[in-house]
Write a protein that binds this ligand. Structure first.
Ligand SMILES: [Zn+2]
Length: 112
């Protein structure tokens, strides 16, 4: 029973959504920087670069939060990843309340 590791539903979709939002923000920031550069507006260029950097930091932190913390679909308990996510094995969680083990195929550093 305790060896029964189930796939964590919705985890992959959540991580992809998070990544898409931040990648869009990075691209948007770089686009603003490019437009600022092209039009000779250094203020706009700097703003775009800072925005892209903040979006990049957000993507990094967000990916750790999304892949390192999950809610147990059985009882709603917040679970922390058992170990650092790996690309090969994904992320494993064990619910402290109901003992169910979960795994997600998302690992930090996955190209998503
Ligand atoms: Zn649970």
């Amino acid at each position: 029973m305790s060896d029964d590791v189930r796939e964590l539903p919705g985890h992959f979709k959540r991580a992809v959504t998070c990544a898409v939002v931040f990648v869009a923000a990075i691209v948007g920031g770089l686009l603003v920087a490019y437009l600022g550069h092209a039009s000779g507006s250094s203020g706009l260029e700097t703003f775009g670069e800072i925005f892209a950097c903040v979006a990049f930091a957000g993507l990094w932190i967000g990916s750790i939060l999304v892949t390192g913390i999950a809610r147990c679909p059985e009882c709603g308990q917040i679970m922390q990843a058992e170990s650092l996510p790996r690309m090969s094995t994904g992320t494993r969680f064990e619910c402290k309340r109901c003992g169910q083990r979960w795994r997600s195929r998302i690992g930090v550093g996955d190209d998503i």
